[in-house]
Design a protein around this ligand. Structure first.
Ligand code: F6R
Length: 239
């Protein structure tokens, strides 16, 4: 693992952008694995700015997102499809037909998504990390062998997310579709970004702990090309 520690969120986003820019300029038809959440928003803003200022093109790029809620309409304001369009896709020239966000609830939906990725092979997978070490919707205890699958959201996760659904638990999705850990590990390169003190324990377990399903992100120690970009707070518990 190549661990880079910088001062704050903006510097993390800048460093992550440098890695991304190198990939999309050296390979204009790169396949990008993308994540939602607060961690990569700064990276996406840098990509949009660079596209506008310098013309870096995503016209030949394909994207595959990590995860999505089950049973939310695509255009629901809380869907990850909407998140990606609002925070990245609308600001760059990626073609809609090249955008892939997993969707569906069946085994066949999962297999089709896995197959689509296998056919192209992901050049770089952007990841954030949960405070409990999750990656994608792969919570602690998930086998490292899982490919794209449907997960039942824990009560805790649903309660944490209720604020995005008018605080109405009936509106909070109960399931999600996610790339599995084995899917994530197939990417040629992993670009993990993490900031804030609440990630410090998970970051320590990911980098210094023994790889274990107790911290799903620790599997990344078994990958040959991982760049982890941290701010000082997220790195504060490292030795
Ligand atoms: C996002 C995802 C999640 C997040 C993680 C960190 O698609 O799959 O694993 O990366 O929960 O979220 P933030 O960045 O909001 O702290």
């Amino acid at each position: 693992m190549h661990v880079i520690i910088v001062k704050n969120y903006d510097e993390v986003s800048e460093k992550a952008f440098e890695v991304m820019k190198e990939i999309v300029t050296s390979k204009p038809n790169a396949v990008l694995g993308l994540a939602t959440g607060s961690s990569p928003i700064g990276l996406y803003q840098n990509m949009i700015k660079d596209h506008k200022d310098n013309g870096t093109s995503y016209a030949a790029v394909q994207s595959f997102n990590l995860d999505e809620y089950v049973a939310l309409p695509r255009d629901h304001e809380q869907s990850y499809w909407t998140f990606m369009h609002e925070n990245l896709f609308k600001g760059i020239d990626i073609k809609e037909e090249n955008v892939h966000v997993p969707y569906g609830s069946t085994k066949e939906d999962c297999e089709a998504y896995e197959k689509a990725m296998e056919n192209v092979s992901v050049d770089v997978q952007v990841l954030g990390i949960g405070a409990n070490g999750h990656i994608g919707f792969n919570e602690p205890g998930t086998s490292f062998d899982e490919e794209t699958h449907i997960v039942t959201l824990t009560e805790k996760t649903r309660q944490d997310n209720a604020r995005f659904f008018e605080n109405d638990m009936n509106k909070v999705p109960t399931h999600a579709i996610t790339m599995g850990i084995a899917t994530i590990m197939k990417a040629k390169k992993i670009l993990m970004v993490a900031t804030g003190e609440n990630k410090a324990d998970a970051v320590k377990a990911m980098i210094e702990g023994k790889p274990s399903i107790d911290c799903p992100a620790s599997v990344l120690q078994n990958h040959s090309d991982v760049v982890v970009i941290l701010d000082e707070a997220a790195a504060s518990k490292l030795q």
